[in-house]
Every structure is written in structure tokens, then in C-alpha cells.
Design a protein around this ligand. Sequence first.
Ligand code: NDP
Ligand code: OXD
Length: 303
Amino acid sequence: MALLYLSTADRAEVWKPLFAAAGEEMIVGEAAVADPAAITHIVCWQPPQDLRRYPNLRIVISTGAGVDQMPVMPDGVRLVRMLAPGIEEMVRNWVVMATLMLHRGMPAYIDQQRAASWAAHPVPLAGGARAGIMGLGRIGLRAAETLRAMGFDVAGWSRSGRAVDGIEAFGAGAMETFLARSDILICLLPLTAETRGLMDAAFFAKLPRGAMLVHAGRGAQLDMAALKGALDTGQLASAMLDVTNPEPLPADHWAWADPRLVITPHVAANTDAREGAAHVLEVLRASRSGAPIPGLVDQARGY
Ligand code: NDP
Ligand code: OXD
């Protein structure tokens, strides 16, 4: 049972002693593979072109929470997403920061600062501001709890409509009602066939006029032209994006210069090297013992 490691060199240096201490074999880079039949697990962001080179492959583990970058797995190969408390904490913090920035009118103040304009706007209370979180999974749930503790009126939308204390829950079929009460819409959805292109013009039209968008899911969920249209008509007031469509955003893209947007280059989270190693070691142990695999992806569902 050997793990093929296909990630960054600096992370490999952190992992090597941890794997050695755990008595697990870790091979760094495809060039170092002497016997492809020995490889049972691969950890990577994107796997090698031809996974069939590894006849005994059992599991591919994503170095990130998302798995939408992965190809369809060969028959019998399971897919695992990264589980690391740091990812949840980092994205939660980015979402809270973005929500507060939009709620407190920071895009306008950043613009005013450039123009040396000292002009105060009304200061809103969090209480009464309706935040709607799309995706109440590991990350969405943490963001919901924190925003609620800060006084926001929080609702969540998920496939199952799972109930969470203190949070108004909406299921997949109740999207319109959910959107109609989302002054600040937060996207923390995985990219799947169902969520690709979800945020288009018709979607934005269902939000309250002057709503704000916080997007940390995946760029391909957002129609950027529809975003511009909604900003131009005032349907959306502002947005903060960590993910864009495409990524990276080309230098001449309209969004860079739009004062109603704040953009970060897909940096809401990074997987901490030690936490990543700990999760992969857990997957190896579970895989060996037949215990449930932590972070196992439902490949039919896409997350
Ligand atoms: P989870 O798998 O834990 O949760 C996903 C949530 O989305 C669940 O609540 C699920 O519903 C809901 N969902 C999925 N499909 C639909 C749908 N079609 N309609 C309604 N709800 C749906 O994921 P995480 O919270 O860990 O991560 C979410 C995403 O965040 C990742 O997939 C990734 O794309 C993004 N991400 C971005 C990062 C960044 O740096 N910008 C970093 C890390 C993650 P249910 O509960 O019913 O299953
Ligand atoms: C992830 C990401 O999926 O960084 O972890 O986007």
C-alpha cells in the first residue's frame, strides 16, 4: 500500500517525516514510481492523465475541499475530499469579512478613499440584515453560526433543506422563497452539474432589489455578464468574489475596475500542510481497516 504524492514540494517536505513516523510509504512525483502496481492511493489537486497506469489504485484524495477539478474516476476508484479544520475556519473568516465589507459599504468607501472624499453614509445594524447562505455544508454551517452570533438574520439553502438551530432552512425546491429574503447572498456551494451556471440573470432577478453577493464557491457557478447586468440595473448593489469565471481573471476584464466589486484571487483558504497530512493518514488507516473513509465523495452527486 503506497501513496503517490502529487502536490507542492514545500508541502512534501512537511509530509515526509509525518509519513515516516506513521510507517506509511509516500512516493513523491510520478517520475519516482518504480512499480505502478504498488500505488494504491494518490493525493493531488489534479490527477495524472492516465489513472489506469495504476492497476491497484483504490482512492484519489483531493488536496482541497472541492473535487470539481477531478475527472470521472475509473471503476472501483473512490474519491475523497480534503477535510481540514483550517479550511473551514479560513473560508468562514473570509465569508464573514466579505459580508461585513458589503454590509458596511466598503466598496464605496474604498472608491471614496481613492478620490480623497470624506463622505459618511448611514451605518446599518447587523440585526435585521438578512443573510442567505447557499450550501449549508461543513463551511456554510460554520459561516451561518458566526453570522448569526453577530446578529444577522441567517437562512440557509441546501439540497436536503437540513434543519439547523436558529437558522431558517430552505430545501432545493424552495430556492425562490430563499432568494426573496436574501439581502446578502452568500454562495458556498460545490460545483456540480446542478450548480454550474446557477447565478444568471433570472436568478439575480429573484433577489431583493439592491442585494449583495458574496461568492466563495466556484467561478463557474456565476455568469459574469449577468453579474454586470445586475450591478448596472441596481438589482445588485455590490459583490465580493473569491472565485471568478474564468480564473484567473484576464487583466483586461471589466470586473477588475468595477468599483462595486471587491475581488480576491481564490485565496479564501489554503490547506495547511500538517492538517492535510493528518487527514490523508486517516484515510489510509480507514482504507486498510475497512472503516468508513473520512471525506468520501458521493461521485453520482458530485460532492
Ligand atoms: P459540503 O460538501 O460539506 O457541503 C455542500 C453543501 O452544498 C451541502 O449543504 C449541500 O446540501 C449543498 N448543495 C450541494 N448541491 C446543492 C444543490 N444543487 N442545491 C442546493 N444545495 C446544494 O462542502 P463544503 O462546505 O466543505 O464546501 C463547499 C464548497 O466551497 C466546496 O465544494 C468548494 O467549491 C468551495 N470552497 C472554496 C474555497 C475557496 O478558497 N474559495 C475553499 C474551500 C471550499 P446537503 O447538505 O443537502 O447535502
Ligand atoms: C478548495 C479550494 O476546494 O481551495 O479547497 O478552493
